[in-house]
Design a protein around this ligand. Structure first.
Ligand SMILES: [Zn+2]
Ligand SMILES: [Zn+2]
Ligand SMILES: [Zn+2]
Ligand SMILES: [Zn+2]
Ligand SMILES: [Zn+2]
Ligand SMILES: [Zn+2]
Ligand SMILES: [Zn+2]
Ligand SMILES: [Zn+2]
Length: 480
């Protein structure tokens, strides 16, 4: 589809497709090698999305299954949350509904007054279990816990094998992790689950590393870990009210632009209408974010192509082709071709995120558009025809760089800007030739590849992965 669209558009686009079809191979901002072809990457101007696997562990301990992005999407796997009464059947990245059953932490000695999904009011019972195992020997567990399946006498070797250190003490008490079945010494386990470096993580069995969520005795730590994970999910997904407000704002903005776009602009009209349709109902936070970025880019294109504060920009740029002047018609087409190329990228991007690479690439192409518009305005100005032969060399340099199939860079832009200034002076055309206006395209907000931490005040924040060990940085809400 991507390729078909390119081929059916104007001649410049066919060149961008046909010029080179070899594998691209450029190093992308994510440090992966680009797996697109030069055709799919618009000759390196706007790279195809990175196709490498992400594989970073998310806060829920699942591996990110997305193709590479600089920001991971909320987890799409089945949720890990479960308790003795229930298990969550949502997607892992969505917030869970905490269990409302009365807490199971109760025995003859004490009773927790809270619900299962809340932090307990009483510590786990420290009395030894008074039950006997099938073998007739006393249980090695605690009161209130399910009895561990290993016996101090019958399974002596397995049970007292040193792991934490106190396993062979005659009064050692053991806990069987409900999640993985390992039977481990209770004091050692307790300090294992207690330890925290403020990093938010699902607790794991010290022996097999599988997630521990349900084991009642340690539910203080386990529930707290899950509540922290929930906070991260909330941060990634945004609150309903915030998202809805943002949606309404974007909808209004887009409707306004849409009103100004004449029906005869077949390229932009369907795109706008498709976008409008996507925000009729509230999409996911990440999709909302991507739509916001696209609207930003549209508005920027509008601004770049605007003449004399005339709001009706699409009429301006698409109106150019109707001017009764052949050479002007061809040159107006070059503005349109560039707009088409950028629109083509936005239109074919059905994904709900924008990567740093795309932000970079699109920004370069917006700068190219800015220069094309300036160039066309000078060329169309009153006195240009009179100086045409004098400025021929400047025009040659500008055209070679501006309409080259190669990637636009800051160096190329500096060169073009110098020549445009000269051209502008010679033709007395009074077009403003200013520094490139870099658009601050909204990034995938709140979504990071990296580690999540909790500050002393309980806020959650992410630190982007920068190589080796993750170090807790500063909380971006309170600075602690
Ligand atoms: Zn990548
Ligand atoms: Zn590429
Ligand atoms: Zn997950
Ligand atoms: Zn429950
Ligand atoms: Zn859940
Ligand atoms: Zn409880
Ligand atoms: Zn008890
Ligand atoms: Zn027992």
């Amino acid at each position: 589809y991507f390729i078909d669209v390119l081929v059916t558009r104007g001649s410049t686009d066919v060149d961008l497709y046909d010029f080179c079809k070899e594998p691209c191979g450029a190093t992308l901002k994510c440090d992966h090698k680009c797996l697109g072809t030069c055709s799919a990457c618009y000759q390196g101007r706007i790279h195809a999305k990175c196709a490498e696997k992400c594989g970073v562990p998310l806060v829920c301990n699942h591996e990110c299954t997305d193709p590479c992005r600089q920001a991971c999407k909320p987890c799409q796997k089945k949720c890990i949350y479960r308790c003795p009464h229930d298990r969550c059947d949502r997607k892992c990245g969505q917030e869970c509904t905490p269990c409302a059953h009365p807490c199971d932490r109760n025995c003859d000695h004490q009773q927790c007054a809270k619900k299962c999904g809340e932090i307990c009011t009483v510590p786990p019972c420290e009395e030894p279990c008074d039950k006997r195992l099938k073998c007739g020997h006393p249980c090695v567990g605690f009161c209130g816990d399910p009895c561990p399946t290993l016996c101090r006498i019958c399974d002596q070797e397995e049970l007292t094998e040193i792991f934490f250190g106190d396993e062979d003490e005659p009064d050692a008490r053991f806990v069987q992790l409900k999640d993985c079945g390992h039977v481990l010494e209770s004091k050692g386990l307790n300090s294992w689950f207690m330890q925290t470096d403020n990093e938010i993580q699902v607790k794991a069995c010290p022996k097999c590393k599988s997630p521990v969520i349900e084991t009642l005795r340690f539910s203080d730590y386990l529930k707290q870990a899950m509540l922290d994970v929930e906070k991260v999910k909330r941060k990634l997904n945004g609150t309903y009210n915030d998202n809805e407000m943002k949606r309404l704002e974007l909808h209004k903005k887009l409707s306004n632009i849409n009103l100004k776009v004449k029906e005869r602009t077949p390229l932009i009209k369907p795109f706008m209408q498709a976008l409008l349709k996507r925000i009729t109902r509230l999409p996911s936070a990440s999709e909302l974010n991507a739509i916001q970025a696209k609207i930003q880019i549209l508005e920027h294109i509008a601004k770049l192509c605007q003449v004399d504060n005339n709001d009706d920009f699409f009429k301006e740029i698409f109106g150019l082709t109707r001017v009764n002047n052949i050479s002007y018609l061809i040159e107006g087409k070059r503005v349109i071709n560039q707009v088409k190329m950028i629109m083509n990228v936005l239109e074919n991007d059905r994904d709900d995120r924008i990567s740093d690479q795309e932000i970079d690439d699109i920004n370069q192409e917006l700068t190219r558009l800015q220069r094309i518009v300036q160039f066309e305005r000078i060329v169309a100005s009153k006195h240009y025809a009179q100086v045409k032969t004098i400025v021929a060399e400047h025009v040659r340099i500008i055209e070679n760089n501006l309409f080259s199939k190669l990637r636009y860079t800051n160096e190329v832009d500096a060169n073009i800007m110098e020549n445009l200034k000269e051209l502008n002076t010679q033709a007395a055309s009074e077009v403003q030739i200013t520094e490139a206006e870099r658009l601050n395209i909204v990034r995938a907000m709140g979504m990071y590849k990296g580690h999540w931490f909790k500050c002393p005040k309980g806020h959650v924040y992410a630190i982007e992965d920068c190589g080796d060990a993750a170090t807790p940085g500063k909380c971006n809400e309170c600075g602690a």
